[in-house]
Design a protein around this ligand. Structure first.
Ligand SMILES: C[S@@+](CC[C@H](N)C(=O)[O-])C[C@H]1O[C@@H](n2cnc3c(N)ncnc32)[C@H](O)[C@@H]1O
Length: 327
């Protein structure tokens, strides 16, 4: 459950504006149980989400009449969707495993609806796309940025940072993700993609926003194997937020399964990426980006050491679109 004791109001217009969605006065109430808003724009996953929505509208002529955002957090991504698809969007479905998060996000999105907006906000509580599927709801765009790391048994997930980093493994185990995904901490991604199949309209697309700490070929395989044709939509780079719990979580996978994740020293990596255009959104493919960053690469184990020396470490960000393959 969410702790409502210390709510703060935050103006998040700068995130949407930086993503190309012109607006002002988008104020959200941030609750301690919600995934935390970060001051620096590029530290927010929602910045990359908003940039994706804008890109879909401006470059792909996307005109969804329904969008579902799974793992909604504070709701800013809902406000981004409403403003990115101003004339087409009729219904915005939002969901999260946490009841308090859904209620708070719902309030935040409603209070920021543009005047005269007729977009219907429909909230759901539950895991992945399950609550949508249970109600027979389908959307043109299903989007999620869900946690990858399994929570330890009995772990306290009441804080927003933990909620954004960990999920109960029981939520994805029922989908029986193959071991090659489990060992790269992609079990939840597998489950999300599987669950989305019955939540898409006939021409709908599923989107995942995921840190590129894993081999990109494995992400393509994941889409393929769960029944989609994959297409890279946006590539970015961000500092690892909630750094220590994430590094320790991924290091545990390195130790258990002998894998090695891709993190990068943040400052030199960002300087290298300047050749692809300024800022944290990269005008190049994920593969080109990761190849260029190779010399700054560190494992999760090394990232733990760097954290203790106060050296910032980041990872690439990938927004991948899946369209159902015809059987
Ligand atoms: C990293 S946060 C992202 C929040 C929001 N998308 C943003 O960028 O601000 C992940 C969110 O997913 C939610 N979540 C975790 N596991 C989930 C699941 N199995 N199904 C749906 N939501 C989940 C968490 O409660 C959290 O709000």
């Amino acid at each position: 459950m969410t702790d409502h004791s210390e709510k703060t109001e935050v103006d998040v217009s700068d995130i949407l504006n930086a993503a190309g969605i012109a607006c002002k006065g988008i104020i959200i109430e941030q609750e301690p149980g919600m995934y935390p808003h970060k001051k620096r724009i590029s530290d927010n996953w929602s910045y990359f989400t908003a940039a994706t929505f804008r890109h879909l509208y401006a470059e792909h002529n996307a005109s969804p009449s329904s969008v579902a955002i799974v793992g909604i957090g504070n709701g800013i991504e809902g406000s981004a969707a409403v403003r990115a698809f101003p004339s087409s969007l009729k219904t915005l479905y939002i969901s999260d495993v946490d009841e308090g998060v859904v209620a708070g996000a719902s309030r935040n999105i409603r209070r920021n609806l543009p005047k005269r907006s007729r977009v219907k906000i429909e909230p759901f509580i539950g895991s992945f796309c399950e609550p949508l599927v249970e109600r027979g709801v389908r959307a043109d765009i299903v989007f999620a940025n869900i946690p990858n790391l399994p929570a330890a048994q009995g772990a306290d997930l009441s804080g927003g940072a933990e909620k954004g980093t960990f999920l109960r493994p029981e939520l994805y185990e029922g989908y029986h993700p193959p071991q090659k995904y489990i060992k790269w901490a992609l079990g939840a991604q597998y489950a999300y993609l599987m669950s989305a199949k019955d939540a898409l309209t006939e021409r709908g697309s599923v989107f995942t926003e995921v840190g590129g700490r894993v081999p990109l070929a494995l992400l393509s395989e994941l889409f393929e194997e769960t029944g989609y044709r994959a297409e890279e939509v946006l590539v970015g780079f961000k500092e690892q937020t909630e750094p220590l719990i994430d590094f320790l979580g991924y290091r545990a996978f390195e130790e258990e399964y002998g894998v090695a994740f891709d993190f990068y020293k943040y400052e030199p990596a960002l300087a290298t990426l300047e050749e692809f255009g300024k800022g944290n959104i990269i005008q190049e493919s994920g593969e080109v980006c990761k190849t260029a960053l190779e010399r700054h690469r560190v494992t999760a184990g090394e990232a733990v050491q760097l954290f203790h020396r106060q050296v910032a470490v980041g990872h690439t960000v990938h927004i991948i679109k899946g369209t159902k393959r015809k059987l």
